[in-house]
Design a protein around this ligand. Structure first.
Ligand SMILES: [Mg+2]
Length: 222
């Protein structure tokens, strides 16, 4: 089993409460809409033709589709300047603060460590001071290292299926929600796999998360 020492988790102190682990891009912060705006500033556009970035970014100058290395360079430049583009998803800030009354919140973002500081500062600017882990590896082992064998509810929210499946594999009792802030790409998303619940946004997620978290509170106090 992965341990806290395998990851940079020493700054995270969980209380004796349920745990909600939360992806950032397209979940807590809008990603697709601001990335599309960034691309327009670079004479490109993102077309919602399928549930992928690659192949759907097109030059507005000549209609060409940039190769993968160019898309990667766009993404890197966007994340380096994310504090000028990204905003919280609708109801994310308010809902996370309400959930924090009953659960610990930890952000788990699939981001290169070189963009970690700018992301941390951006979250803090939006009053999202919850601890953050940035990793480019599978997310399931990180949730395992965080949560361990604690007999408490745990939930995980992400927009990418492979991350949800990784957590499903490593933390079988975890409530798994998939959420996508951008409505155009949400309509293109594949049907969720077994054990994963799709929610339209934070208002719907709140009810499910609160029920999962408070079920434990009731069992402890009743
Ligand atoms: Mg994401």
């Amino acid at each position: 089993m992965a341990t806290r020492q395998d990851y940079d988790l020493d700054h995270i102190r969980l209380t004796d409460r349920p745990l909600i682990v939360c992806d950032i891009d397209e979940v807590v912060l809008e990603f697709i809409s601001p990335f599309a705006a960034f691309l327009r500033s670079q004479n490109h556009e993102l077309l919602p033709r399928s549930f992928h970035l690659h192949g759907n970014i097109v030059s507005t100058l000549d209609g060409s589709v940039p190769e993968a290395a160019i898309v990667s360079a766009f993404l890197d430049a966007f994340f380096a300047a994310q504090d000028k583009w990204q905003m919280p998803a609708e109801q994310a800030v308010e809902t996370l603060h309400r959930l924090a009354d009953d659960a610990d919140i930890v952000f788990l973002t699939a981001m290169s460590p070189r963009h970690r500081i700018v992301r941390r500062n951006l979250l803090d600017r939006f009053d999202l001071h919850f601890p953050m882990v940035a990793t480019e590896g599978p997310k399931g082992p990180v949730v395992t290292a965080l949560h361990g064998a604690r007999p408490l509810p745990v939930a995980f929210i992400d927009d990418i299926e492979r991350n949800l499946l990784s957590v499903r594999e490593h933390v079988p009792d975890c409530l798994l929600l998939t959420m996508l802030a951008n409505a155009d790409f949400r309509a293109l998303a594949p049907e969720p796999c077994a054990g994963i619940r799709a929610v339209a946004g934070w208002t719907e997620a709140f009810g499910l998360l609160q029920a999962h978290v408070c079920a434990d509170v009731r069992s402890q106090t009743g």
